[in-house]
Design a protein around this ligand. Structure first.
Ligand SMILES: [Cu+2]
Length: 674
């Protein structure tokens, strides 16, 4: 059973247990009851034989519901027992809080409900004493508190949350007792007020914590200093060098290399797509933007102008290890470029491969509307293939574009020619590409070559949001079809000659995904580095205050940007990240300025070619461990590349000790890195 299925199973069992105990508490007064002060021999006798039968039936129904309540709690225990070996992150709040509380409260309620069983078996009335129904309410509240622990508090689950929930269960039980007990009616108002105060106080504290907005980015340096002394940081406890601003982490003016100059002008425009749809787009002149293609070793100089994109714009070089000052993150490495302004990016094209650029200011909207393009770096000797096709996949105005077209297109490639297809997913969701008509090799992932890539046929190629795959194939004498699961309308067919038909070629829609973790020849392991920094990122969907308003949020370790503590590292450290997905969304995690080596997924080590990714899809219930050597000083964002999730809080910074930034979130430029 998949981890996420066990998570769902536990949740459903908790909800059903809560419902059963709530129903039991509601039904209890309907079962024929007598006051404990009444004489059992005279009082509470049934008015008629039919009333006796009805009373017994009701007692049976109630008894059945109690058994259901207990059964669902047992199922919950079983689900947690099966889930626990998958990782502490998935069960912490269940093992420490939800399960013990539910078991104790439900056992107590069952014991107190013994008279219900007697009433069901023998036609006798049930005491109207408040203990039994109160404990049924307590059991319902206990099961409900477990659900709140899972769906509201999340991981990590600390003492403040546990004590608050426990207090609410106790106060709720007291309120129920007051309602069920004729002598305690006067305390109803008092209990209700205390419940209200506890709720308002805990929400108020969460609200205040959100208002105290630490600028995670401006204070990254301080965070870095503050983590000294933790075991992982022991090696970093060296005198911190004087703070270097990110603006100084740029290419020196006299840097050498053949200069390649480009100019990109951002604008708002109405774009008519080849589907006939008109899109309100933000573009660099077209969607996708003009491709920037250079050679390894070139000095790339890109002048970005903003004509009229009111939200502002920047250029981030996705997956490319540029100097930090050219990373293009508004509020971290620069201010957003507002209408009429410009900014010039300069860096050496150190690595060959398939990359892309996009705005990193209000990027959830900016990238979606079209502020992106491909960035291709050729090795000095060129690539092995003779035909080189760049295929960004993007959804604009609900129209899926492969390259710049939403239609099925074809291209003539002579048989025997070699073709490289550069697949780039610039969307928010993962996609699958499928290729039919030829065997092929996946020669690169996220710009990095894969070694020992075997020829494969038919496999589905899953590409995370922001990810890239390079395919290489030799053109056969018949048609080759590249299609995507994102749309049945757009595709690319390679034809051996102009007059050739596609021959009714179809992709295998049922083919299984190629697992890149087991593809290619095993690689040598990542260097040990100079000291190890380990960190966990537990991803979830939880309600959190953002901007003073409670919202459905995408969280890291229970927090949202800018409240997620910055991860502090020192140049030379080996950084190991464990990324865990407790939720139901897929999170394509993106690390700026570095490529991460995938070590394992769900505890199984990667066995294929070294997988050096900048964007890796952590699917529901998955646990990934990745590592990289901190070799590019700066303040770098780590975030989900489903940019809606980033905007919902799933974004944090990784900062090298001794680096600071003069930029901040908001400010006069209205910086919004997400
Ligand atoms: Cu996400």
């Amino acid at each position: 059973m998949r981890t996420i299925d066990l998570i769902s199973f536990d949740l459903v069992a908790s909800v059903m247990a809560t419902a059963a105990w709530t129903a039991a508490a509601i039904l209890f007064p309907l079962v024929h009851t007598r006051s404990p002060s009444e004489d059992p021999n005279t009082a509470g006798h049934w008015r008629s034989p039919s009333a006796a039968v009805t009373g017994q039936r009701r007692a049976w129904v109630l008894y059945l519901i109690l058994i259901l309540g207990v059964t669902f709690v047992c199922l919950q225990v079983a689900a947690v027992a099966l889930l626990a070996p998958r990782g502490w992150w998935f069960v912490q709040e269940k093992v420490l809080f939800a399960v013990p509380l539910a078991v104790v409260c439900c056992a107590a309620a069952l014991v107190a409900s013994h008279p219900v069983r007697r009433a069901a078996e023998h036609i006798v009335p049930v005491d109207r004493a408040p203990a039994a129904p109160t404990l049924m309410v307590t059991a319902a509240l206990a099961c409900g508190a477990g659900i709140v622990a899972r769906l509201v508090v999340g991981y990590p689950f600390g003492w403040p949350a546990a004590l608050t929930l426990l207090l609410l269960v106790l106060l709720g039980s007291w309120l129920a007792y007051s309602l069920f007990s004729p002598s305690a009616k006067r305390t109803v108002a008092g209990a209700a007020v205390l419940v209200l105060i506890t709720l308002v106080a805990s929400l108020g504290l969460a609200w205040l914590a959100d208002l105290r907005r630490p600028d995670a980015l401006a204070t990254a340096h301080n965070h870095a200093a503050a983590t000294d002394g933790t075991p992982e940081q022991a090696l970093s406890a060296l005198p911190s060098p004087a703070s270097v601003p990110v603006t100084e982490l740029r290419l020196p003016p006299d840097a050498a290399g053949p200069v390649r100059r480009f100019e990109l002008t951002a604008r708002e425009e109405q774009l008519v797509l080849d589907s006939g749809v008109t899109a309100s787009a933000w573009t660099f002149g077209s969607v996708p933007g003009p491709e920037i293609r250079v050679s390894q070793g070139d000095l790339v100089e890109v002048r970005l102008r903003n004509r009229d994109v009111a939200a502002g714009v920047t250029l981030h070089w996705h997956g490319y290890a540029v100097p930090n000052g050219d990373d293009g993150v508004a509020g971290v490495t620069q201010d957003a470029v507002l209408p009429g302004e410009e900014f010039t990016y300069r860096f050496i094209a150190t690595d060959a491969g398939t990359y892309w650029f996009h705005t990193h200011q209000a990027s959830a909207e900016g990238v979606r509307r079209g502020l992106f393009g491909a960035f291709i770096v050729l090795p000095p000797e060129g690539i092995a293939e003779t035909v080189d096709v760049t295929l960004p996949l993007h959804t604009l105005a609900r129209t899926v574009l492969l390259g710049d077209s939403s239609r099925a297109r074809s291209r003539v490639v002579a048989p025997g020619e070699t073709v490289r297809l550069r697949l780039i997913n610039t969307d928010q969701e993962p996609t699958r590409f499928r290729l039919a008509g030829a065997s092929f090799r996946v020669v690169a992932a996220d710009g990095h070559d894969l070694t020992g890539a075997d020829e494969i046929t038919g496999a589905a190629l899953r590409v995370p949001a922001g990810g890239r795959l390079d395919l290489s194939l030799t053109m056969p004498g018949t048609a080759v079809l590249l299609a995507t699961d994102s749309s049945s309308r757009t595709s690319l067919t390679l034809l051996p000659d102009k007059g050739a038909g596609s021959g009714g070629i179809m992709v295998d829609a049922a083919a299984a995904d190629l697992d890149l973790l087991a593809y290619g020849a095993p690689a040598k392991s990542l260097p040990r580095g100079d000291g190890v920094v380990r960190s966990e990122m537990v991803l979830d969907r939880l309600p959190r205050f953002r901007g003073g308003v409670p919202r459905d949020s995408s969280t890291v370790n229970g927090a949202v940007f800018p409240h997620i503590p910055t991860l502090a590292v020192r140049a030379g450290n080996r950084v190991e990240l464990t990324v865990v997905n407790r939720g139901y969304d897929t999170h394509p995690m993106h690390v700026h300025g570095h490529h991460v080596r995938v070590l394992s997924r769900d505890g199984r080590a990667a066995t294929g070619s070294a997988l050096e990714l900048d964007t890796f899809d952590v699917r529901p219930g998955e646990v990934w461990t990745v590592a990289f050597i901190a070799d590019n000083p700066g303040i770098w964002m780590d975030h989900c590349h489903n940019l809606d999730h980033a905007a919902e809080g799933m974004m944090m910074a990784l900062a090298y000790r001794g680096i600071s930034t003069p930029f901040s979130h908001g400010g006069e430029a209205g910086n919004r890195p997400e």
